[in-house]
Design a protein around this ligand. Structure first.
Ligand SMILES: Cc1ncc(COP(=O)(O)O)c(C=O)c1O
Length: 440
């Protein structure tokens, strides 16, 4: 086979430029310039600024219907499993595709000009502002799994050192601990925390009893994936620090869901996925490591020039990935801030209470989640006596087009429900009616 010569005539170059110009691909977006927002985004900002974070905004359905317009959602599927991943807005999708288009057009700009030199550190600052930490304590990564495995595998631990965690922590994190158990001889103490504790003091007490002289680390979820239970993280961190123990917090469900700053938690390490409650592109996350202990953690992917450096960027040597995806986190922060973290938390709790209170007295329904504001927000779980969790899940999906999470945890088998800012009360009514029919 003969290849055509690579030399391109001037005529060909001119023709190609003309073609590309016709497609509108060149110079539409200057590098690192602010992304133009849709009219939809403009329409939600002023409302939130004028309205205080009060009952009116939280229960104003026209406001939330407008929010919903900024997302592309399937008209026939009701997504009540936002705890797994959330949809991202049209603005986020636009930003992602605009960066992607630019990087395809002029590839050398991707690494040097836009990603490394400018946009990434701007994003780091913006994200740190939202998270409530210094930009020098924040690494951008792909998800909670990567963030927390970086810490768990990067810790200097010796045979016999003990880690305390709970049965409600996420299986991937537990697997990481099992691997260190097998490989390095660390000792895992997995404590059982009650489903529906009377108060969060009960949980702190369990940790207090479990701490021993060998305990080096505690790993806890801020909000459990099983029942949405909020753990008293600050109290557990303060207790741990009295014993010289560091605390790793799995914030997969709490970040951009409940209104807090990482500094409020007093934790040492925090990881989250931004494709969950921040509604950022799929495959985005963050890792926080307290400033003075960055140097103690080995990076998961070797980083030049010094693995023990105290520069947080040593955790970002992941090789090539979709930089456009990371940069488009930007627009998801804008939406979050426009709604306001406090309003969002209150809305998510309102939606949870809306459906939970309606099904509470249905025959056989057992709720696994407290309605105490300190203990839950937008996620809740339940079972129905006499029904297999898998059968309920299947009926909801196949008969009613309602997507939930089938919960097969040893401590709680049932259905997990997690609406989001784009969920309507009408959708929740359909869900409640479906449960009524199933339990009839
Ligand atoms: C508590 C918790 N931690 C970690 C994860 C893992 O998240 P990702 O798959 O985004 O890494 C999840 C996923 O649902 C989770 O619920």
């Amino acid at each position: 086979m003969r290849f055509k010569s690579r030399s391109t005539s001037n005529k060909e170059i001119k023709e190609r430029r003309k073609f590309i110009k016709q497609l509108g691909l060149i110079s539409a977006i200057p590098f690192a310039a602010p992304i133009i927002k849709t009219n939809w985004f403009e329409s939600i900002g002023p409302y939130t600024i004028n309205a205080s974070h009060n009952k009116r905004t939280v229960q104003d359905e026209s406001y939330w219907e407008n929010i919903r317009k900024g997302f592309v959602l399937h008209p026939e599927i009701i997504n009540l499993n936002n705890g797994s991943t959330c949809s991202h807005s049209i603005d986020v999708q636009n930003e992602l595709s605009q960066y992607d288009r630019k990087f395809n057009e002029i590839p050398h700009y991707m690494r040097k000009t836009v990603y490394e030199a400018y946009a990434k550190d701007e994003l780091r600052k913006k994200l740190a502002n939202l998270a409530g930490c210094s930009p020098e304590e924040l690494a951008i990564c792909r998800n909670t799994t990567e963030a927390l495995e970086t810490v768990i595998f990067g810790l200097n631990l010796e045979k016999g050192d003990e880690i305390i965690t709970t049965q409600l922590d996420y299986p991937t994190m537990l697997n990481t601990l099992y691997q260190r158990e097998k490989r390095d001889g660390i000792v895992l103490n997995k404590i059982n925390i009650p489903i529906l504790p009377k108060s969060t003091d009960e949980i702190v007490e369990l940790f207090s009893k479990a701490i021993s002289k060998r305990t080096k680390i505690i790993l806890i979820s801020h909000m459990t994936y099983v029942t949405g239970q909020i753990l008293p993280v600050k109290e557990i961190c303060d207790l741990a620090h009295q014993h010289g123990i560091d605390v790793i917090v799995d914030g997969a469900h709490s970040f951009a869901h409940i209104d807090f700053k990482i500094s409020d938690l007093h934790c040492d390490y925090f990881g989250t996925s931004l494709h969950k409650w921040l509604c950022a592109p799929f495959g985005t996350g963050l890792l926080y490591v307290k400033n003075d202990i960055i140097k103690n953690i080995w990076p998961l992917f070797a980083a030049p020039p010094n693995f023990r450096s105290d520069n947080i960027r040593k955790f970002e040597y992941l090789g090539t990935r979709s930089f456009a995806t990371e940069l488009a986190i930007n627009s998801s922060i804008d939406l979050h801030n426009a709604i306001g973290p406090q309003t969002k938390e209150k809305r998510l709790r309102y939606l949870k209470n809306y459906w939970m209170e309606k099904i509470r007295n249905f025959a056989g329904v057992r709720l696994y989640t407290s309605s105490d504001e300190k203990q839950s927000c937008g996620i809740a779980s339940f079972s129905i006596d006499g029904f297999e969790y898998a059968a309920i899940h299947e009926q909801l999906l196949n008969k009613y087009n309602i997507y939930t999470l089938d919960l097969k945890h040893t401590s709680a088998q049932g259905i997990r429900v997690s609406p989001n800012i784009y969920t309507t009360l009408g959708e929740l009514d359909e869900f409640v009616n479906a449960i009524k029919e199933i339990t009839k």
